[in-house]
Design a binder for this molecule. Structure first.
Ligand SMILES: N[C@@H](CCC(=O)N[C@@H](CS)C(=O)NCC(=O)O)C(=O)O
Length: 332
């Protein structure tokens, strides 16, 4: 595995440490701190980080669906001038995520060339996977959080006092429904494509690919008469699904062998994908060239490293979603 062991970088195959009996099991995330408007203690009495302009930085890769969730929320919540971003090279090489132009991560860390340097700057004895996204505190030289599911919730509300943006993608009244969709979509679609792609035994692949398409079929049926997952409102659940859908035909269909159908073959899902892609400035977070170069550079699934020429897909084509009632976004 490429990973840090007690602060030392160890080279190896992507995902090798997450394999068990031929099946892929994603490692739990280590840094789970929270940012709040006042930086007060949370309910468990753990100190939180204070929301401040210019203090935090997101380390991402455009390849990565989990990192892309955080980029989308940075755009949606008007945080472009509040949280800076460092974008890695598309390919995940033997040194892990690489930032060709050295990244300034604040005065408590050296300039960052490899993401593992950021992890050890934050915690010199860190052991584990070195993943994007990372929400980094430039002032304290610490990793706040490296779990995208948390980071998008932080961005959804913690900085509202600074931006004046009150749009809520995780409104209380819809939370049970959002959680139900998240659970189905995480296991079977977001992570399902990885389970299919990284499987090392036929049975593990068969099970994963069946789960992926059964879940896509279920969402397709739902979207026939619902504008969004949670009905009339656009929520976090839609953005968590979007990042996988937008990579599907360019990457997962080929390199991860999720090829029972193409996403383009699903009428409602492909129209829904285009609606989300065309929403405000979301398209700026989608770089198909990074996605293709990145996924096709994973040696364990594509030893030659050849990046295919296609497919050509125009996500700016019209969609038909306006025929369904959509009330938009809940305000806090
Ligand atoms: N639970 C994490 C997962 C992040 C993750 O797996 N990121 C991948 C890129 S898509 C990564 O950085 N992998 C590095 C590695 O496996 O060494 C999240 O959702 O934030």
């Amino acid at each position: 595995m490429p990973a840090l062991v007690n602060g030392q970088w160890i080279k190896g195959d992507v995902a090798a440490s997450e394999m068990k009996d031929g099946a892929f099991h994603r490692e739990p995330t280590r840094f789970r701190n929270w940012i709040t408007p006042d930086g007060v203690l949370d309910k468990e009495g753990t100190p939180t980080f204070k929301a401040e302009a210019g203090r935090y930085q997101l380390f991402v890769s455009y390849l990565c669906p989990w990192a892309s969730r955080t980029l989308i929320f940075r755009h949606l919540k008007g945080l472009e001038n509040i949280i800076s971003v460092a974008v890695a090279e598309p390919a995940l090489g033997e040194n892990g995520w690489t930032y060709t132009n050295l990244v300034d991560a604040g005065s408590k860390a050296p300039p960052i060339h490899y993401l593992h340097q950021l992890y050890t700057a934050g915690l010199p004895t860190y052991t584990g996977k070195v993943s994007v996204p990372v929400l980094w505190d430039r002032q304290e030289g610490q990793i706040v959080n490296n779990e995208s599911a948390d980071i998008i919730r932080i961005l959804n509300s913690a900085f509202d006092g600074l931006t004046g943006d009150r749009r809520d993608f995780y409104p209380e009244s819809l939370q049970p429904e959002i959680e139900r969709w998240n659970a189905l979509i995480y296991d079977n679609i977001n992570n399902g494509v990885y389970r299919a792609g990284f499987a090392k035994m036929q049975g593990s692949y068969d099970e994963a690919v069946r789960d992926v398409f059964a879940a896509l079929d279920r969402v397709e049926a739902h979207l026939a008469d619902h504008r969004y997952l949670a009905g009339q409102y656009l929520t976090e659940a839609d953005w968590r699904l979007f990042v996988t859908l937008v990579r599907f035909d360019a990457a997962y269909n080929g390199v991860f062998k999720c090829n029972i159908r193409r996403l383009e073959d699903y009428h409602h899902l492909s129209n829904y994908l285009r609606e989300l892609y065309q929403f405000e400035n979301v398209r700026e977070t989608v770089k198909i060239d990074h996605i293709k170069t990145g996924y096709y550079s994973i040696a364990s699934v594509n030893p030659t490293g050849i990046v295919p020429a296609g497919p050509l897909i125009d996500f700016d084509r019209p969609h038909d979603r306006e025929r369904l009632i959509g009330k938009g976004i809940v305000l806090r």
